[in-house]
Structures are given as structure tokens and as C-alpha cells.
Ligand binder design. Sequence first.
Ligand SMILES: NC(=O)c1ccc[n+]([C@@H]2O[C@H](COP(=O)([O-])OP(=O)(O)OC[C@H]3O[C@@H](n4cnc5c(N)ncnc54)[C@H](O)[C@@H]3O)[C@@H](O)[C@H]2O)c1
Length: 319
Amino acid sequence: MNGVAGIRQVTVVGAGIIGASWTALFLAKGFSVAITDTNPEAESKVKRFVEEAWPALTVLGLAPGAAPDKLRFDLDLASACDGADFVQENATERELLKVALFAEIDSAVRRDVLIASSSSALTVTTMQRECRHPERVVLGHPFNPPHLMPLVEIVGGEQTSAGALDRAETFYAALGKTPVRLAKEVYGHIANRLQGAVFREAVSLLDKGVASLADIDRAMTDGPGLRWALMGPFLTYHLAGGEGGMGAFMKQFALTQTELWKDLGEPVIDERLQRVVTEAMEHESGGRSISDFSADRDRRILALLTSRDASERATQAQP
Ligand SMILES: NC(=O)c1ccc[n+]([C@@H]2O[C@H](COP(=O)([O-])OP(=O)(O)OC[C@H]3O[C@@H](n4cnc5c(N)ncnc54)[C@H](O)[C@@H]3O)[C@@H](O)[C@H]2O)c1
């Protein structure tokens, strides 16, 4: 794929977990990628990541001309930005670092180049505040790992132009991502807030001794989680209302939901609770390594994505 929304070359800033995964995706879509990181060890890590991700990306479909070696690592930010048509920033999540970094990227690229941040919680309004051309700074928040997970959340800051947001949406959609536009900035965007709400209750249930960590996880994966991969919380409850849909659900369950919401936990993650959760997780994982879990997760995400695509095609083909 070349020349999507005028974009041919992508620069990735920050080559950690997220930067490496975005890099694999951009390469699979046929772009040339320059990647920069302050840590020289990042070069070999990102190359290894791309190599390991390539079989899954091949299953999902490579663009003509896509090649893992269209990758250039550069310790120097300005030269990594040379020739960039799009920048995806994924540096360490620290406000002052990002504010300075955005000013640096801003002065290193042409004024029409979109600069997208993967930040999980910082606002674009903050990150763009020292840029000379802040109108092209957007949020492009992925879900880990971005080379597999379709979601990317897009929102602008106070100084972002509507045109920049449209271009970002077009670009990500052309990559096969699922862009979701936020109408306003909010801490943690959408998906992390939803996850946060569930995680808060999971931690609270564990801390109250309601069930083991494994059983709480299983109650999610074999319960709501399975449906939520196909339809969100609203559509799920629209169906729970029977023929009357959401209106009937609201009438029938408004009281129960109110009682439930009042009863949800509000745990404080102090040192004691951190220890409780960490020890329970260590007990459950039984010494299995993170890389083993991650490889297993990615294999299953790939299987789910391909079967979901196939079932969507089958539904569309029905008369
Ligand atoms: N980890 C996740 O699940 C996840 C998911 C979505 C979004 N994010 C966001 O992505 C961003 C990166 O997170 P991560 O988990 O990949 O972190 P990470 O710690 O794995 O990687 C950050 C990288 O940035 C590099 N770095 C620091 N300062 C830099 C600079 N000035 N210039 C270039 N590189 C620099 C570090 O050396 C490191 O390699 C954060 O903003 C985070 O909020 C993370």
C-alpha cells in the first residue's frame, strides 16, 4: 500500500512495546518506516518483534511490496523524521517528556505532517502546547498489540484542526484499523475507562474474597467477554430486553442496575491491595513467563479475528 492519504513514509518515535507493534503493522501495510528511540538497545528488540509478528501479519494480509526490511532505526530524532509523511509517537508516558518531545517532532517535520500520539491518558491539549503547528497533533490511541487489535481512538486537543482528525481517520481506516472518534477529550479515552470499570470491580471481588482470581477471570472470558467481542454493552442489553429491546430492558432493569451500581466496589490500590493482587496473580500464573502468555494471547486474537471476519462475510452473504 502506498500513498494512503498522501502518506508513504512513517516515522515511529519510541520503540517499546507499542512502538514496535505499530512498526510491524506499518511495514505489513507496505510503508517504509523510520524508527527512533533514545535507547540504542531498542533497535535489535524492534527488529526481533517485527520478525516474530510477521507470520500473523501474513495471515491477516500483507500489502504489495510489504517487507520487514523497509525499516530504518535512527537514534537521532531529527534524522528519523527526515522524509516523514506521518508520525506515530509512543514514548514513555510522562507529561513533561511528551510536551518537549512533541515540540521537537513538530520542528523536525513538514508543517502538514500529522503527528499522532499513542498516549493512554495524556491529553492532546497538553502534548501540543509547545508546538508551532499544533493543529496537526492528534491522538491515535491503539489497543495492545496494535498490529493485531483493530481499535484506534482518535481525538483532537483544543488547537487541533477538524481536517487533521479527518485525515487521521482516513489513514487508520486504510490500514484496516477501526477508528473511533471521541467528540471531546476525557481522561483515559473510552476503552481504558471501560476496562478500568471492569478491573476495579474484579479487584474488589478478589479483595472481598468472593472468588479466586482464576474464577473471576473465567467469569469474564466465558461470560460477558465472549459476547463483548461481537457486540458492545449497549447492543448486548438491547437484546436482553427481548422484543421490546433497550426500552424494555431499561424499564425492567433500571432498579436492579441502580442497586448493583450502588453496591460496586471502590477499592483503593494501596500497598496492601497491590500485594494481594500481585500474589494472587503469581500464584495463578505458576511461573509461566510473560512472553509465553503474550504469544498465546496473540495466537488466540488472530484466531478470533479471522473467525469473526469469516462470520461477518457469511452474514453479509445471506439473502
Ligand atoms: N503498553 C500498553 O498496553 C499501551 C497501550 C496503548 C497505549 N500505550 C501508550 O503507548 C506509549 C508507549 O507505551 P509502551 O508501553 O510502549 O512503553 P515502553 O516503556 O515499552 O516504551 C517507551 C519507549 O520510549 C522510549 N523513549 C523514552 N523517551 C524517548 C524520547 N525522548 N524519544 C524517543 N524514545 C523515547 C523508551 O526508551 C522506550 O523504548 C505510552 O504513551 C502509553 O501510554 C501503551
